[in-house]
Design a protein around this ligand. Structure first.
Ligand code: TSJ
Length: 685
């Protein structure tokens, strides 16, 4: 093997240039590697370096890490591990140099230990070098401290006067006791890359470090912040119990059970390219779990791969959850009498949500070369891990239930989960009943609502009487902003009913739900899903009755809509007549007479030749007729309903009760008393 020389012409061969180009790619798109150029990007750099040291500790070779935030914006991280290998790899460059110059330094060579490294999910320490103006790494091993410096990403050494000499050769700094080992990295983030105001937050570093400590029991982390005008006292973190300490730390409220710890392991085979050939590699995988139940309903589930938090879970969490649900059902609940009644209906199985009510758990797997998925790479993708975790948790939890755990604690958990099942089933029955009453679909909107695509002030909710009119209304509307709610059943008389009766009335419920802004005192007009309510009812008695009931309902429960003038009634014409290819509408008998005169005056048209057609009802109009008379803003006539109108309607609603009632004598009398209020002709009594 040829030792690296100090000849600088050899320091830049073709391979060096390739490496530098790789790092330039990082500089072009830093967001791709560290998620941004603000504080979160800076933090990523720190985690990358810290996590590499943590991996050395997790592997059992280091127990002290120090992190220092310097005044000159640089960050220094030290560990007492074995020291990054300093051997020469390709006749020229050391392993140490590759760590900081080659993207994804892990997978390619060496023991593969780097590949298990947490770091930035595998992007590696080279990304930190790529985004720094200066980086200095020192390795203590074999009785000496060796140093390699990087200036603008290029390896070399700084002279005593600040000059820089490019070289791959390590600088021997000093002699040290032969047993002392460790790695020290200090880097200066590039101000050209990062936002000028971006700063590393001490609190964030502390949180990260605290979490890491829980993952590596016995590891001590010391934090120094030398940036402020007054030096902060260094803080020290150490967690002896690992995951169970973490679960204890995460537990809020009274505990239902002790902390259960589960350890297991397995292996899986993965195909990996080695020198271009796909080769089977057997990978061992360790599983660590700590869990407990506390009073309350929230679930706290944290998960990790190596020392990397997996915020979105992944295959390890899937295996954990499957095992939990399975064992709770097959082992824990199999002997409970609490669910006997539900068992008869086949509803006694605990679901994931029941099992996890009040659960606090930490799940961790350790194995080489994890694959990550998802937008933020926060989800473990390696498929084989699911079953390894499943088996470990299945066996561990079964063992706790069947005698490993304190009996009273097992019983308390059994009762808690059984209660969760009972609560869920009974809550669902109540909800189903309510849904059924209101015919609510799974969207939470009434099943029969034909909604529009755009909501807000420009949109309309058409309340259409009867099924036959609903079809043409749906077909003829502009579904961008017009929604149709057919009303077919009986609308409750809100003036005479209590709240419970109104809520139980399907038509009332459908309307209130569709508006989506609550009702009564709790009505919030700013939440109304539509700008206007438009009532489409026939001009006959039934139509009038329904209109009265609707207005009464709106008056009592959605009043601000009326107050703001957002309630209308469509006025379909009573008669139409065709003259040539023109159509004319009359909305009353007077109107018809006026139009008749108008159409005949000054023409040779005779009034008996005008073929007036009387509309019987909305349901008899075809799509075009309905669209023209009730839907098309250009041609329809709407009447704005005032508070006064609604009040009258509310009173009139009572009149209809009488009219529609079965007491013939009362009805007669009413008609005689109120003949001016109703179109007697249209009454079929
Ligand atoms: F991120 C980093 F690379 F810059 C970095 C790495 C930063 C810091 C502060 C520490 C480390 C680091 C790496 N500490 N310890 C190690 N260990 C190794 O790289 C190592 C040592 C020995 C062996 C071996 O097989 O003998 C293997 C490895 C990967």
């Amino acid at each position: 093997m040829v030792p690296p020389t100090e000849n600088s012409s050899q320091a830049y061969d073709e391979h060096s240039i390739q490496l530098i180009e790789g790092l330039d790619a990082v500089r072009k798109r830093p967001g791709m590697y560290i998620g941004g150029t603000g504080p979160e990007g800076l933090h990523h750099l720190v985690w990358e370096i810290v996590d590499n040291a943590v991996d050395e500790a997790a592997a059992g070779f280091a127990n002290l890490i120090e992190v220092t935030l310097h005044k000159d914006r640089s960050v220094e991280v030290t560990d007492n591990g074995r020291g990054i290998p300093t051997g020469v790899k390709d006749g020229k460059r050391t392993a140490l140099e590759y760590v900081f110059t080659e993207l994804h330094a892990g997978g390619k060579f060496g023991s593969g230990a780097y590949s298990a490294s947490g770091g930035l999910h595998g992007v590696g320490a080279s990304v930190v070098n790529a985004l720094s103006t200066k980086l200095i790494v020192e390795v203590d091993r074999d009785g000496q401290t060796q140093r390699l410096s990087f200036s603008e990403r290029k390896p070399g050494r700084f002279g005593p006067n600040g000059g820089f000499k490019a070289t791959s050769q390590l600088e021997v700094v000093k002699k040290i006791p032969p047993k002392r080992t460790g790695t020290r990295v200090r880097f200066w983030p590039d101000n050209e890359i990062f936002d000028p105001e971006a700063q590393i937050e001490y609190g964030q570093v502390r949180d990260h470090v605290a979490q890491v400590c829980f993952l590596v029991p016995g590891l001590k982390v010391r934090l120094h912040d030398k940036r402020g005008s007054e030096a902060r006292e260094p803080e020290e973190f150490v967690a002896k119990g690992g995951l169970s300490d973490y679960v204890d730390f995460l537990s809020i409220g009274e505990a239902v059970s002790e902390i259960v710890t589960i350890f297991g392991s397995g292996t899986f085979v993965e195909k990996v390219p080695v020198d271009g050939k796909m080769t089977d590699v057997t990978r061992p995988c360790q599983v660590g779990v700590a869990l407990r139940w506390v009073k309350g309903y929230d679930t706290t589930l944290v998960s990790f791969v190596n020392t990397i938090p997996t915020r979105e879970g992944g295959t390890h969490v899937a295996g954990f959850e499957r095992a939990m649900t399975k064992v709770v059902n097959d082992v824990l609940l199999s002997s409970t009498k609490k669910l006997a009644k539900l068992a008869k209906q086949g509803k006694d199985r605990a679901e994931k949500s029941d099992v996890q009510e009040g659960l606090v758990a930490a799940v961790k797997v350790t194995f080489a070369e994890p694959q990550f998925k998802g937008q933020t790479k926060g989800e473990l993708g390696t498929p084989a891990v699911q079953n390894i975790v499943y088996e470990a948790v299945r066996d561990g939890l079964t063992n706790w239930i069947e005698g490993g755990g304190r009996k009273t604690h097992v019983t308390a958990v059994r009762d808690k989960i059984a209660q969760a099942v009972l609560n869920r089933v009974s809550a669902k029955q109540t909800l189903d009943a309510k849904r059924k009453a209101a015919n609510l679909g799974s969207t939470g909107m009434p099943d029969k609502l034909a909604d529009c695509r755009t909501h807000g002030l420009g949109s309309e909710l058409l309340l259409v009487e009867g099924d036959s009119a609903a079809g043409p209304a749906k077909a003829g509307r502009n579904s961008e902003y017009m929604a149709v709610l057919p009303l077919r059943g009986k609308v409750v008389n809100a003036g005479k009913s209590n709240l419970k009766q109104v809520i139980e009335n399907a038509e009332a419920q459908a309307l209130i739900t569709a508006i989506g802004a609550g009702s009564g005192r709790d009505f919030k007009i700013e939440d109304a899903r539509y700008g206007r309510i438009i009532i489409l009812c026939d001009a006959d008695v039934d139509g009038s009755h329904i209109r009265c009931l609707l207005l009464t309902l709106i008056y009592h429960y959605l009043r601000p809509m009326l107050e703001e003038g957002r309630v209308f009634a469509a006025q379909p014409p009573l008669y139409t007549v065709k003259v040539g290819d023109q159509k004319f509408h009359a909305y009353s008998d007077d109107d018809k007479e006026r139009l008749t005169v108008e159409l005949c005056t000054g023409t040779n048209r005779k009034r008996e030749n005008l073929q007036w057609v009387r509309f019987k009802g909305l349901g008899e109009m075809d799509v075009d007729e309905l669209a023209e008379s009730c839907l098309d803003p250009e041609t329809r006539i709407l009447r704005r309903i005032t508070m006064e109108d609604a009040f009258v309607a509310k009173e009139a609603g009572e009149m209809f009760e009488v009219l529609m009632g079965s007491d013939v004598a009362k009805r007669r009398q009413f008609l005689l008393d109120n003949s001016s209020l109703v179109d007697l002709e249209s009454l079929d009594v």
